[in-house]
Design a binder for this molecule. Structure first.
Ligand SMILES: Cc1ncc(C[n+]2csc(CCOP(=O)(O)OP(=O)(O)O)c2C)c(N)n1
Ligand SMILES: [Mg+2]
Length: 602
């Protein structure tokens, strides 16, 4: 029978042929160039799993399925290819919910394959039975439920197509008895969108606004990374001489060495970026949904330019004007739109052409001032932090200031590094110290904001990009949720370098108790074991860092061991209990108690 050859060198059955549903499923994976799947084996899909290897597919077994979901996310984010996750029906699948929610908000083309209880038992309360579609309803762009074994290839193909076209996770739900049988199937060819720049009228209108702008500013968002459009964004920025700010947690959307790069907006972001965008009369949000969390006031600066004209470009029309008021909305691909705008601005005189040098000087001055401030900002200076620092000076051991640690790490990170961060106080402060030259380098938990994200995500990224150094940052609390995946690194030869900020507390949330609950600490303390010791017990290297001058060398040594010896290292850095600004001052208020017995709790 006939076959077609894919770019990966593998062949796929061509034309309608007799095969089993398992074969149709696996062939469709091959047609979509799947080479790696993250998950834990299970009887539910064993018939298909049995032919993964001859199809050229590696199943990467994990410790916990949440880890598999994050790995698929990291894999997709670094490669631009599908990340695929699979698990046993029922608990194996419910374990993935948090990770798929995170992938949804990271716009990752992840396909979660969810084998389901067999159709002859559905509704009877059998073993590992769960209604698996509602679990992921909110966090998927499309849910394909195989309703007949003969349609397994069709639904599989559609899930892979939609994950790419809708830029987010899709679910493929397969009753486990539907892997068996004898069907005639045709393996569908993948459909990939050729995305365009957006409507001509909206592009013309945007170009007119830009031509007349006195102080245009570009927000380079995640859409620029996903569209592989950094060069095109750069060309537009250079034509305008405009400052470029990264949208929140997309620090890799513009090269940090570029003179027009100003750093990220949002929580613990760059003051230079915020001060410059505050001056804008026209803002181009390129590939950004302008999410609510990403533009909140920071450092006491309410920087969003309320009177500026806003041009928003997003591949999803539903994001246009959703959060921020806009003047022009362009439904288009960030890269194609940047090209279309640059073409319109070529060869004409712009109002801002005359102030190019002046604006360049302004950008430099703001950036220099922010770098100086960061250099001098060695520790937090609020009363709680100062008390903690003083207290810890009396204690045994040596504790480092997180900001100084983050600066040292920044200096020691290699140029092509991939970094994932977790959710926590120190991870958030890290935002000011994470700069990248290349896109697809920075993986934060984005809007879902779940602790336990960083390690499994960087493992997935490393699995997709073995030649790049992989580093994760996590606080000691978040680390506890995810650290068992170090065993995945060791068992399956996916070496990474994991930095753990050991400050003996769930700091980010404790900060709210400092600010709002009169330091009534509930559940915030973590008296930890040795994370370096636990790492060693899991078969990895583990080092403890207690001196500032050891931070850089420890990280470099660990990365060297990762790249040259295939070794995973946990770098445990002992930090003070000082705490940076909280996540969001807007979301809490001072407690009010109406019952007499709680009257002191205000
Ligand atoms: C899964 C999950 N559970 C709880 C939270 C709430 N939360 C946000 S930050 C945080 C504390 C993180 O502590 P740690 O990892 O030690 O970092 P630190 O803040 O101390 O730097 C918690 C519990 C969350 N975001 N995700
Ligand atoms: Mg902590």
């Amino acid at each position: 029978m006939s076959e077609t050859k894919r770019e990966t060198g593998r062949v796929v059955a061509k034309g309608a042929q007799r095969m089993t549903p398992s074969e149709a499923f696996v062939e469709t994976l091959v047609a979509n160039d799947v080479t790696d799947i993250f998950g834990i084996m299970g009887s539910a899909f064993m018939d298909a799993m049995d032919i993964f290897a001859p199809a050229g597919i590696r199943l990467i077994p994990v410790v916990h399925e949440q880890g598999a979901g994050h790995m698929a996310d990291g894999y997709a984010r670094v490669s631009g290819r599908h990340g695929v996750v699979i698990g046993q029906n029922g608990p194996g699948i419910s374990n993935c919910v948090t990770a798929i929610a995170a992938a949804y908000w990271a716009h990752s083309p992840v396909v979660i394959v969810t084998p389901e209880a067999g159709t002859m038992g559905t509704g009877l309360g059998g073993f590992q039975e769960a209604n698996q579609l509602p679990m992921f309803q909110e966090f998927t762009k499309y849910q394909g439920h195989v309703n007949n074994p003969a349609r397994i290839a069709e639904y599989t193909g559609r899930c892979f197509d939609r994950a790419m076209s809708e830029i987010g996770p899709t679910q493929l739900n397969i009753p486990r008895d539907f892997f068996y049988g004898d069907i005639t199937a045709e393996i569908p060819q993948p459909h990939r969108l050729d995305r365009g720049p957006g409507g001509q009228a909206s592009l013309d209108e945007a170009a007119e606004l830009l031509a007349a702008a006195a102080f245009p500013v570009i927000i380079s968002g995640g859409g620029v990374v996903m569209a592989d459009g950094v060069q095109e964004c750069r060309a537009l920025a250079e034509r305008l001489g405009a400052p470029v700010v990264n949208s929140y947690l997309h620090n890799d959307s513009f090269p940090a060495s570029h003179p027009q790069w100003c750093g990220p907006l949002g929580y613990q972001g760059s003051k230079a970026a915020m001060k410059l965008i505050a001056k804008a009369d026209v803002v181009i949000a390129l590939g950004s949904r302008l999410g609510p969390f990403g533009t909140l006031p920071q450092h006491g600066l309410d920087y969003w330019p309320k009177h500026a004209k806003i041009i928003q470009i997003d591949a999803d029309h539903k994001m246009l004007g959703l959060v921020k008021k806009i003047t022009v909305g362009i439904c288009g691909d960030a890269k194609a739109a940047a090209v279309a705008l640059s073409e319109r601005l070529a060869g004409i005189t712009l109002a801002c052409d005359t102030t190019r040098d002046e604006r360049r000087a302004q950008i430099k001055a703001e950036k220099d001032a922010w770098e100086k401030e960061l250099d001098e900002w060695t520790h937090e200076t609020d009363p709680f932090s100062l008390e903690m620092i003083a207290e810890q000076e009396q204690e045994e051991g040596s504790w480092l200031h997180p900001r100084q640690v983050l600066r040292e790490l920044e200096k020691a990170l290699p140029a092509d590094v991939m970094v994932s961060t977790d959710i926590g106080n120190i991870d958030s402060v890290a935002n000011s110290y994470l700069r990248f030259e290349k896109p697809r380098s920075f993986f934060a938990p984005m809007s879902f904001g779940n602790c336990g994200y960083a390690l499994p995500t960087i493992i997935g990224a490393k699995a997709a990009a073995r030649d790049r150094p992989a580093v994760s940052y996590a606080g000691d609390g978040a680390w506890g949720m995810s650290m068992s995946e170090i065993m995945t690194c060791v068992r399956h030869d996916i070496p990474v370098t994991a930095v753990v900020f050991h400050n003996r507390q769930w700091g980010a949330e404790k900060k709210n108790q400092v600010d709002f609950y009169d330091r009534r600490f509930v559940g915030g303390e973590l008296e930890n074991q040795s994370f370096a010791g636990i790492a060693q017990a899991m078969g990895a290297e583990g080092v403890v860092v207690e001196k500032l001058d050891q931070v850089g060398p420890a990280l470099k040594k660990a990365i060297d061991a990762q790249m040259n010896e295939g070794k995973t290292t946990v770098v445990e850095i002992m930090c003070t209990r000082e705490l940076g600004d909280p996540f969001r001052k807007d979301a809490l208020s001072k407690p009010v108690r109406l019952l007499e017995k709680y009257k002191d709790y205000v």
